[in-house]
Design a binder for this molecule. Structure first.
Ligand code: BTN
Length: 267
């Protein structure tokens, strides 16, 4: 683990209590989630973020790995200190998905969409993923949320591993343009802080409206796999708790977890 001159220094807000107030920058880590957990346990404040150039053991949802080559993308974990019940943590990752979509909109206009629960797409391929891990005390009360965000920015098509080549993309691949990573981080921090603050002040509904505008799934027939369970239907939206709503011949099913595949599309 190395800590070098911080290219994200200018993106730090310096205002305690805002997202992006302080950036802990590393050239290489196993996973920013692990360092953020240590910092959170040591008392790091709301909005501090661990950013790395490269991860050797980046992780995604459902035990998957996250491809994290050096110097091209954004890999960060935000330490959040919301006073919410454990059950609402998943909603925060939907809120963060909207902030990522809005930051991507500035560098890849009109091709951004959201795939429930935590994927951000460019032109229908995955460019970003989010993971929210809870930190709890000995009474199982939430003390922090570790919001991990990986965003493919300047990854070239030839550097995608073969198993991702038909599923994943980056800003560079989708638009042909290189993205200034520090400027992008600045916009990401501002959008995250704004959407998070709205949610804490007014609940999930205002951000949910934006989420629905970006939804890649609404009106699509999907299958959701959650362990041994499989359920199919047409997506009608998400509810106030962030559950995916599926219509199955007039019956609405609420989906709280799982992997969604869309008929006729890559997941
Ligand atoms: C997913 O789509 O499955 C979630 C991917 C989350 C990846 C990010 S990269 C920064 C942070 N550190 C990790 O090890 N994972 C998250």
């Amino acid at each position: 683990m190395n800590q070098n001159a911080n290219p994200y220094a200018a993106a730090q807000t310096g205002r305690p209590g805002t997202i992006g107030c302080r950036v802990h920058y590393f050239t290489e880590v196993a996973s920013t989630q692990d360092l953020a957990r240590e910092l959170a346990r040591g008392g790091a404040g709301h909005g501090e973020v661990v950013v790395a150039e490269r991860q050797t053991a980046g992780r995604g949802r459902l035990g998957r790995s996250w491809h994290s080559p050096a110097g091209v993308n954004f890999y960060g974990t935000f330490i959040l200190r919301p006073a919410i019940p454990l059950a609402q943590v998943a909603t925060l990752s939907l809120v963060a998905g909207v902030a990522v979509a809005q930051a991507l909109e500035t560098v890849a206009p009109r091709i951004v969409s959201l795939k429930w629960p935590n994927d951000v797409w460019l032109n229908g391929r995955k460019a970003a993923g989010l993971i929210a891990e809870a930190v709890t005390d000995s009474n199982h009360r939430l003390t922090a949320v570790l919001l991990g965000i990986g965003i493919n920015l300047n990854l070239a098509a030839e550097d995608l591993p073969p198993d991702l080549s038909d599923k994943a993309t980056s800003v560079l691949i989708a638009t042909g343009n290189l993205c200034d990573r520090a400027a992008f981080a600045d916009s990401l921090f501002a959008n995250l802080d704004a959407r998070y603050s709205e949610t804490i002040a007014h609940g999930f509904d205002p951000v949910r409206e934006i989420w629905l505008k970006y939804s890649a799934l609404t009106g699509r027939r999907v299958t959701v796999v959650d362990g041994p369970k499989r359920i199919g239907g047409v997506v009608t939206g998400i509810d106030r708790e962030g559950a995916l709503l599926l219509d199955d011949n007039g019956v609405t099913n609420r989906i709280l977890a799982g992997d969604v595949s869309i008929e006729g599309a890559y997941d």
